[in-house]
Each structure stands twice: as structure tokens, then as C-alpha cells.
Design a protein around this ligand. Structure first.
Ligand SMILES: [Cu+2]
Length: 184
């Protein structure tokens, strides 16, 4: 009877992980938002609640670009990003600033080194084993063909963008920007 549930759960590893880690992510994220706040009054915003979503924006990821590259958002707006990896490599949609992305670099390189991720695939079992779920609320790390979701509440102002932190990708120009307000 106990073994009966073991196998189906293994198959759903990805979904279960997303579900089970949502509270720890919130805690971990609070720390990174606090870090961002140290430099900027407004910060980069915060994870949004599904019930508060104002609209959905679809973002496509490909080698080595986002479409669209610039997204207009209103201060305080909550947006559901539907992120689609239409490329042939692993890509990430990560909301932040150059500082948060620089701080992220080491972790992504470690994931590559230790086989949690290759250029084309993610090894979720390895990620779970090493405790590096890479499921922060401000990002979606996706294999080719996958679709992910990020719900984000924007701050009143500040320089915020989105980038792919897979090693080499942001360096190759895989980065976009949010235009807060009317941009006039
Ligand atoms: Cu990428």
C-alpha cells in the first residue's frame, strides 16, 4: 500500500516540487528582495497573488532573445507572465536588476558544473537532491518547449528588467526591460 503511491509521485516530481516549495520560496525571496531594497528605495517588486492579476503577458524565449524585449507596466500592477520557451536551449525568465543577476551567476554555473542542468535540459532529480530547486517566485527556468508562469507585482518605480541567467545567455544579449508608467 505504501509503495502504491511512490511511483505516481515520482512521475509528477516537477509539479510536486513546485507545489511543496512555494512557502520556502517566499521566505528565500523575502531575503533577496530585502537585498535589492538596500540599494533602491522601490526594490524590484514582489511575488503577486493569482487573485490580484490585472492582465496576462506572454513572453517567448529563444536563442538569445526575448519577445517582446520591452514590456510596459503600470506602477503597482500585478501581471501574470506566461513564459514560453520556443528555443532549442534551456532559458530563464528572471525579473531583477544587473545586481540580482550578478548575484545569481555563481548558482547557475554550479548547476551546470554539477549536472543539474545542461544546455538543452534540466535534471530535476539532481536539483532536488542538492537542494537547489531553482524555483524562485521571480523566475521561470524552462526546457525547450516548456511553458511556465510568473506572477509579479511591480513597485512604484525603479530600473527593473528581465534576463536569462543561463551561463552565457545574458552576456549574449538575452535581456529585456520593463517600462514603468507611461514612459512619456
Ligand atoms: Cu537563455
Amino acid at each position: 500500500m505504501m509503495n502504491h503511491t511512490a511511483n505516481p509521485r515520482m512521475k509528477d516530481n516537477h509539479m510536486n516540487t513546485k507545489f511543496l516549495t512555494s512557502t520556502t520560496i517566499a521566505a528565500a525571496f523575502a531575503a533577496s528582495v530585502a537585498l535589492a531594497d538596500a540599494g533602491h528605495d522601490s526594490g524590484i517588486g514582489e511575488p503577486g497573488a493569482a487573485a490580484m492579476v490585472d492582465r496576462t503577458v506572454t513572453v517567448e524565449m529563444d536563442e538569445m532573445k526575448f519577445d517582446p524585449e520591452t514590456i510596459k507596466v503600470q506602477p503597482g500592477e500585478t501581471i501574470r507572465f506566461e513564459v514560453v520557451n520556443v528555443g532549442r536551449m534551456v532559458h530563464e525568465f528572471n525579473i531583477g536588476t544587473s545586481e540580482t543577476w550578478d548575484g545569481h551567476r555563481e548558482e547557475m554555473q554550479k548547476m551546470m558544473r554539477e549536472g543539474m542542468m545542461t544546455a538543452q535540459s534540466l535534471n530535476h532529480d539532481r536539483m532536488i537532491e542538492s537542494g537547489m530547486m531553482h524555483d524562485d517566485a521571480n523566475s521561470a527556468l524552462l526546457e525547450p518547449g516548456e511553458t511556465g508562469e510568473v506572477i509579479w507585482t511591480f513597485p512604484q518605480g525603479g530600473e527593473i528588467g528581465f534576463a536569462c541567467n543561463v551561463p552565457g545567455h545574458r552576456e549574449a544579449g538575452m535581456q529585456g526591460g520593463f517600462q514603468l508608467g507611461d514612459g512619456s
